[in-house]
Design a protein around this ligand. Structure first.
Ligand code: GLN
Length: 494
């Protein structure tokens, strides 16, 4: 078995027992990147040199038979909207083409302290705005299950890197589904923690009240190990929560007997692919067989969630993007004669069409005379959506739903119609609006054009009850084998 296919736990065991060196582990990921990434394009930057140096340090510890921390020597990929010192951080935007991080994001600092080896920065939709990576300024990533299809987005590169074994695990960010949806479309695990559990310091802001950093793994246990390493309060992020810093990993094995699992009727039926729906219902039966009780719940304001998201998110985007003006950050247009021209020309040249669309939508929603009708109204409905979830959680411990209404779609199929693209988020945005944790776990496949495409099961939980969400995901994974399947590309079949 190639070392790059291992999970974090397996790799850690092997390193600790001296079955292979950290250099061998890192080299196996780098060689997978060089043989597959020209096609898949998961990475924008590969950090060969620094990864090799880090690996040597761990080799040395192995030689001395010193104990290794759980993430020590584990090759991890980072979404390229996380700032890393002295490393290019582009957010997949031409405006940041040459930008180098001047400090480490808290998450990066924590991973470094945990001994993880950063193998590279992964592709995304420009500034994390999109659901397919087609909005990347550097070309899209491809889905390893069918390279004619998108991997999802915006953290598509991180999902592909994990699915194609180009790293052991990865980090992404989720503002409206950007960890869960690509995880679902690529057949890996993706977890969005409760808002505030992970510091956003050093995550290039998209929509600050919705953004949350989250891990990708080949298993729930791996995603949990990463979550344990990156969570915790941070005085550099005033929205980070003073929640428990106790590791969640030990509680994964506790099982789900007697747990109440809510099935919301609003997440099934119209608009959801029939095969996807069947797959999710079958997954629910697995839970019943494990001793959980299925209960019907209702989220009556769910139908407004996507509209709320597409008002609040662009409003915050328009404010956050103001800093990319050609003066403070990013590429500056050279042809401008006045300050205003510098702003407009730099932004026109440096930002892609989707980013500009959202800045315009947000500026509109926040402009005098429209704030009450759009932004403030959306905030009120946000409260109603939140209340629905609180009510539902009175009768259930977690909520089960599809992550995405469809499996991976073809390149170009939605790119020209923003509304179609926005619908990809219909089941994921609520967790961000409300701030609750959510995970996507592989739960089966549907066949399209003769290819098997993964389906993800979404589990949503109560605020700060991340542990239960992970435990419920883990229980399903233990009972099934979907997560063990590898894309055909890896078997040389494509
Ligand atoms: N696909 C969603 C959007 O386009 C979510 C993006 C994200 O979570 N970063 O806004």
């Amino acid at each position: 078995m190639s070392l790059n296919t291992l999970t974090i736990r397996q790799a850690h065991d092997g390193l600790q027992k001296g079955e292979f060196s950290c250099t061998e582990l890192v080299e196996s990921c780098l060689s997978q990147i060089s043989s597959t990434d020209e096609e898949l394009h998961a990475y924008l930057t590969v950090l060969e040199e620094s990864a090799r140096q880090e690996a040597k340090k761990v080799d040395e510890k192995q030689r001395k038979k010193l104990p290794l921390k759980p993430l020590e020597g584990i090759p991890i990929a980072l979404k390229d909207n996380l700032v890393m010192k002295n490393v290019r951080t582009t957010c997949a935007s031409k405006i940041l083409d040459t930008y180098q991080g001047t400090y480490d994001a808290t998450v990066v600092e924590k991973l470094k302290n945990a001994g993880a080896v950063m193998v590279g920065k992964t592709n995304l939709d420009e500034f994390a705005m999109g659901a397919s990576t087609e909005n990347s300024g550097y070309g899209p990533s491809k889905n390893p299950w069918d390279t004619g299809r998108v991997p999802g987005g915006s953290s598509g590169g991180s999902a592909v890197a994990v699915a194609a074994d180009e790293c052991i695990a990865a980090i992404g960010s989720d503002t409206g589904g950007s960890v869960r949806q690509p995880a679902s479309l690529c057949g890996v695990v993706g977890f969005k923690p409760t808002y505030g559990m992970v510091s956003r310091y050093g995550l290039v802001a998209m929509a600050s009240s919705l953004d949350q950093i989250g891990p990708f793994g080949k298993t729930v246990a791996d995603a949990t190990l990463l979550f344990d390493a990156i969570k915790g309060p941070d005085r550099r992020d005033s929205s980070s929560a003073r929640a428990s810093t106790e590791p969640v990993s030990p509680s994964l094995k506790d099982g789900i007997k007697g747990m109440r699992i809510g099935i919301p009727k609003e997440y099934f039926g119209q608009g959801t692919d029939e095969d996807v729906e069947k797959t999710i219902r079958t997954a629910a039966e697995v839970y019943e067989s494990l001793g959980a009780q299925l209960v019907d719940v209702s989220l009556p304001h769910e139908k407004y969630a996507l509209s709320v998201y597409y008002i609040i998110m662009p409003s915050e985007v328009s404010a956050n993007m103001a800093r990319f003006d050609g003066i403070r950050y990013g590429a500056r247009s050279t042809g401008a004669a006045t300050l205003l021209e510098t702003y407009t020309q730099s932004r026109q040249a440096g930002l892609g069409p989707e980013v500009r669309r959202r800045i315009m939508l947000g500026t509109y929603a926040l402009s005098t005379g429209y704030t009450d009708a759009y932004y403030k109204q959306a905030q009120k409905v946000r409260v109603m959506v939140t209340r629905d979830f609180h009510n539902a959680f009175r009768t259930c411990d977690v909520i089960l739903a599809p992550t995405s209404p469809t499996p991976a779609f073809r390149f170009g199929e939605r790119a020209s119609d923003p509304l179609q693209m926005y619908l990809a988020d219909i089941f994921t945005v609520s967790a961000n609006i409300v701030g609750i944790p959510g995970i996507s776990v592989p739960c089966g496949f549907v066949s399209r054009d003769g290819k098997d495409l993964p389906v993800g099961l979404q589990i949503l939980g109560k605020h700060f009850d991340d542990a239960t969400v992970l435990r419920v995901g883990h229980a399903y994974e233990k009972a099934t084998e979907w997560h063990l399947r590898k894309p055909p590309l890896m078997n040389g079949a494509q």
